[in-house]
Design a protein around this ligand. Sequence first.
Ligand SMILES: Cc1cc2nc3c(=O)[nH]c(=O)nc-3n(C[C@H](O)[C@H](O)[C@H](O)COP(=O)(O)OP(=O)(O)OC[C@H]3O[C@@H](n4cnc5c(N)ncnc54)[C@H](O)[C@@H]3O)c2cc1C
Length: 396
Amino acid sequence: MPLEATPYLLSIDHLLSEDERLTWEATREFCQRRIAPNIEHHYEKATFPRELIPEFGEMGLLGSTLAGYGCMGMNPVAYGLTMIELERQDSGIRSFCSVQSALVMWPIHTYGSEAQKERWLPGMAKGELIGCFGLTEPNAGSDPGSMRTHAKQDGPGGDFVISGQKFWITNSPLADVCLVWAKTLEHGSDTPVIRGFLVPRESKGLSTPETKGKLSMRASVTGEIVLDEVRVPADAMLPKISGLKGPLSCLTQARYGIGWGVLGAAMDVYERARRYTLERVQFDRPIASFQLTQQKLVELHNEIGKGLLLAYHFGRLKQEGKLTPVQVSILKRDNVSMALQAARTARSMLGGNGIMGEFHIMRHLCNLETVFTYEGTHEIHTLAIGRAITGLGAFG
Ligand SMILES: Cc1cc2nc3c(=O)[nH]c(=O)nc-3n(C[C@H](O)[C@H](O)[C@H](O)COP(=O)(O)OP(=O)(O)OC[C@H]3O[C@@H](n4cnc5c(N)ncnc54)[C@H](O)[C@@H]3O)c2cc1C
């Protein structure tokens, strides 16, 4: 059997439209040509390949599911296939596109005013403007409702003055605009409500220091958003959403893409482990001929296939407008967990070489540790699914 053609016995090819197949192939070719050659270098140096951002725009990978404003209007399955190819290269590259598309462009498109959409979306679709999503704080991670960042209305024009600190924010050091979630008191009420604010880079009192020293997601830029009495006009607030459901609905969009994307990382580690074990000889035989090695390959292959079928099924439900947030929790939780386990198994199959950068598996493994934690930890999604099937919340 030729080494290049890794068999997948649980393929979805026959379920895809011609357009979906072409999108998948074009994205794979682009990622292979433009990302693969330098990704290990970027990971080692902890840098992000900024020069590729306009090319992501040209490929329609930014805000791809949105309609108008220069976006592609892709269906959810085609979008999922692009996520696979981005994450086949590196979870950090997929994270860049996920944040820009699902966490910043999607809320502007869904909850923004016409002026906000026109100001930000066309430039973001082209990759000329970069966005970040500020929800997590030093003391508010899994429980974002406990955030302390606040916005106070001030002056005759109704400006907001925002103070607080956001932590672990993908793309913040690069961002032209930060979507900051903050609590504010609305007229006549003593109960603060969460609102989203579009804070431009040039705002006085805004800084975005980079977080150094990550041993995971090194090819992704992460930082803080520090807001020291940042004044923004009243029309910087997203007008069509209030409450925790604002940021949570954005996360549902992003988690859907993650549930597809991690399949790409899992495919890459499986394909590398298969090639390696067919070539590596010990005890006078390729190590792929040992039963224990075949068992590992079969596990990887079958779990990836099942994950792909789940993503496809939920993709078609999303296309019909029927996908629920708890189904997205199942997709994110189970596919990330599967991919992380696949990377650990594949790493072991390469023996000592498995820890080396040039064999790429350790990089995926380290990245997937972050994916397991961000966008709702594995445990929090378990609790969300547990609540849905028992009717009993076990969060706190
Ligand atoms: C590289 C990276 C990029 C990120 N990018 C962004 C971004 O762009 N924007 C953004 O807003 N955030 C971002 N995050 C933050 C991420 O979403 C949080 O790290 C995540 O929500 C977990 O919060 P925490 O780290 O504070 O952990 P904690 O909430 O302190 O959790 C620690 C542990 O306790 C467990 N735990 C917490 N509560 C419960 C409970 N009730 N029951 C059982 N177990 C529980 C958790 O599952 C976890 O295992 C990013 C994080 C990383 C690492």
